[in-house]
Design a protein around this ligand. Structure first.
Ligand SMILES: Nc1ncnc2c1ncn2[C@@H]1O[C@H](COP(=O)(O)OP(=O)(O)OP(=O)(O)O)[C@@H](O)[C@H]1O
Length: 334
């Protein structure tokens, strides 16, 4: 695998391909739901054309909920979602489908995301507006762009391996020539060598077409390969965000440090060193007591926590190259 490509220098000055502003998502309705901690609590980020933003966090941190809010599958309680500068927050799903050309998704499981009763060609033309004259040609081109033969249009999903099916799912998202693709754990169901091939393919497609990717993943190693920047989520809040190498190599939040040391690495010696570092930090992975709603959500699991952490929610602030929401960031020597 090669390293993530640098973002073009003009990226910061162009309209973001995707912007999430102060997003809040509460599940359920009624007084009880309003009183509960939101699943997503004031999350903001942007993704520039040609950029990949990693969205990482352990299970239940809210990654899928953010993806669903962007795709219109879960209405935000507050905040906005903008695609290419256009506010799509309150567009009904039906109208959002009209935006298919801008915003697409690739899901984790290439086995359940393709209908086994339809040919690959039928699946690929499905996102195109009815009556698109060159639909089959576009389906063939999309297949070729993911390294599969154009005549795969006549075959069925069962005739393909997991990695090939994920290529087909990527081709389906490309057929409408989107600007933004939400990649929801796109390689976690694949074996390691297939993961590398699909990640390389995604990097090539992004660079060739200037695509913006929101890359949702548990695995920081995978995120580091494809993303230029990353957002680290915990209990629906941003703990840290910044350039992916800074966040992974010099974490400025104890939660990121825990995630980094938990991420699998290919070298056993490095893995053992990380495990030792994690143990030295004393950060557990098991569920801890529910945090105080007024303080840092990580306080009940954090070895650096002091009283202020339970009374004052830390705001994101610049430390090194990253923004971190930790009162004790300076105490972390990573
Ligand atoms: N439909 C739902 N109704 C109520 N609560 C939900 C629902 N979906 C998710 N949640 C809650 O929202 C929070 C965030 O869940 P979410 O699935 O977004 O996390 P995640 O980081 O994507 O986890 P995973 O990696 O396991 O998919 C969790 O506390 C979860 O229990």
């Amino acid at each position: 695998m090669t390293a993530a490509a640098p973002v073009r220098e003009d990226a910061a000055t162009t309209t973001p391909a995707l912007e999430v502003r102060d997003l809040v998502v509460r599940y359920g309705s009624g007084r009880k739901a309003r009183a509960a901690a939101p699943a997503i609590d004031r999350v903001s980020f942007t993704v520039a054309p040609g950029e990949t933003l990693g969205l990482v966090g352990e299970s239940g941190s809210g990654k899928s909920t953010i993806g669903k809010a962007i795709l219109g599958l879960q209405p935000p309680s507050e905040g906005q979602v903008l695609v290419q500068g256009r506010d799509i927050t309150s567009l009904p799903l039906r109208k959002r489908r009209g935006l298919a050309a801008d915003l697409r998704v690739v899901f984790q499981d290439p086995y359940s995301s393709l209908n086994p009763a339809r040919t690959i060609g039928q699946t690929l033309v499905e996102p195109l507006p009815r009556g698109t004259a060159d639909a089959t040609t576009r389906a063939r081109q999309a297949l070729e762009s993911v390294g599969l033969p154009g005549d795969a249009v006549d075959r069925y999903p069962t005739q393909f391996s997991g990695g090939q099916r994920q290529r087909i799912a990527i081709a389906r998202s490309l057929v409408v020539r989107p600007k933004v693709i939400v990649l929801d754990e796109p390689v976690s169901a694949l074996d390691l060598s297939t993961q590398a091939q699909v990640l390389n393919l995604l990097a090539d497609l992004r660079d060739e077409h200037g695509l913006a990717f929101l890359f949702v993943a548990h695995d920081l190693g995978v995120v580091r390969f494809l993303a230029q920047r990353t957002v680290v989520l915990y209990r629906g809040q941003v703990m840290e965000t910044g350039p992916v190498d800074d966040v992974t190599l010099h974490p400025r939040h104890p939660y990121t440090a825990a995630l980094t040391s938990a991420a699998p690495v290919p070298r056993p010696a490095e893995q053992a060193a990380r495990r030792a570092a994690r143990e030295a930090l004393g950060i557990g992975t098991a569920g801890a007591a529910a945090p105080s709603p007024t303080g840092c959500p990580f306080a009940t699991r954090c070895p650096l926590a002091t009283e202020v952490c339970t009374t004052e929610r830390p705001a994101l602030r610049q430390v090194g190259a990253s923004l971190t929401a930790c009162h004790h960031a300076e105490e972390l020597t990573a």
